[in-house]
Design a protein around this ligand. Structure first.
Ligand code: 5GP
Length: 346
């Protein structure tokens, strides 16, 4: 046993210090970023925020709406090939750059991935997602996927430490998904005791990835728009959102009425709800590591998007970053004991 005593931080432990700035308006801030990826050599321009590959978030409807803002969606892996046919047929051409096909590492997953990509070779992004990105089997799968699809942008995870970021980049991934346990409907930390405070995970993993010419996506733990800014400030190239995009018209999941109010169901992809829906129940050897919640219906996602993009532009003006790209360089975090004033919170 060993104890690491270095301080590890989450979003709630810091704030971003304002800095003198020559920017006079939020409208002067560009949130677009352009990346050329390590292996696939593809160049992408957009707002580097991603909808999570959860069946209550990363839906086709979400992808179509978010693509209008050049925001990315990791489409969940549970759509059938027929549903993909319908989606692709309904797409305006520019949308193709703003979504990924997701896969797990099982055989049926990789067969389905091959079917989708063979039929639609114009799709450029693959998201290989497992709860625990530390297994050798996962690294092998990333390697095989890179061999099979040399020109696709491969996003892979999840991990939280620099050495594993490096290993996955060497195995052929372009973007590493970072986050174990911070998610809004995740119970991994409760069930297993395993995890890593998300801001420190971002800082350490971004450092490892950038040293090799790779990128990271911070996955999970953003509760409010300010957290997205902190994730970018810490060095994340992309930020993935689950809960913040759940509960909208474009989100999946049941709509329920309780006392005349509309709610939407939102659940973790390892929750009992998800396992009952997709794999016929929770296998005997495992516990569910996700929960199910009902959230008040939030209407079209458009308003929420405007809200967090506006917040992010404002962060940039507070620190004098005219482009999102400059935000990390201009960020000084201060350690705090309190966040916002909650005197009027319900
Ligand atoms: P959020 O933005 O809601 O805080 O986090 C979203 C992320 O939580 C997802 O992208 C995924 O990485 C993670 N996640 C989703 N479902 C589950 C689950 O059932 N268990 C765990 N451990 N993590 C989950």
């Amino acid at each position: 046993m060993r104890i690491e005593t270095g301080l590890k931080l989450g979003f709630k432990d810091v704030m971003i210090r304002p800095k003198r700035s020559t920017l006079s308006s939020r409208s002067q801030v560009s949130l677009d970023r352009t990346f050329t990826f390590l292996h696939s050599n593809h160049t992408w321009t957009g707002v580097p925020i991603m909808a999570a590959n959860m069946d209550t978030v990363g839906t086709f409807e979400m992808a179509k709406t978010l693509a209008k803002h050049k925001i990315f969606t990791a489409i969940h892996k549970h759509y059938s090939l027929e549903e993909w046919d319908e989606f692709i047929a309904s797409l305006p051409p520019e949308t193709i750059d703003y979504f990924a096909v997701s896969t797990g590492t099982g055989n049926p997953d990789s067969i389905k991935l091959a079917k989708i990509l063979n039929k639609y070779p114009q799709i450029k992004f693959i998201c290989i997602d497992v709860a625990n990105g530390y297994s050798e089997h996962f690294v092998d799968f990333v390697q095989q996927t890179r061999k099979k699809y040399p020109n696709k942008v491969i996003m892979a995870g999840n991990v939280v430490t620099g050495e594993m970021v490096e290993e996955l980049l060497l195995a052929g991934a372009d973007i590493i998904k970072v986050g174990i346990g911070p998610g809004s409907v995740c119970t991994t930390r409760v069930k297993t005791g395993v995890g890593y405070p998300q801001l420190s995970a971002i800082i350490e993993c971004a450092d490892a990835a950038h040293g090799m010419g790779g990128q990271i996506v911070s996955d999970g733990g953003c509760k409010i728009p300010g957290d997205i800014a902190k994730a970018f400030g810490g060095g994340a190239d992309f930020v993935m959102l689950g809960g913040m995009l759940a509960g909208h018209a474009e989100s999946g999941g049941e709509t329920i009425e309780i006392n005349g109010e509309k709610y939407k169901q939102f659940y973790g992809m390892s929750s009992e709800t998800a396992m009952n829906k997709h794999v016929g129940g929770v296998a005997e050897y495992r516990a569910s590591e996700g929960k199910t919640v009902e959230i008040p219906y939030r209407g079209p996602v458009e308003n929420t998007v405007q809200d967090f993009l506006g917040g992010l532009r404002s962060t940039c003006t507070y620190v004098g970053a005219s482009k999102l790209k400059e935000l990390t360089k201009r960020t000084t975090f201060i350690r705090v004991q309190e966040q916002h004033n909650q005197v009027f919170s319900k």
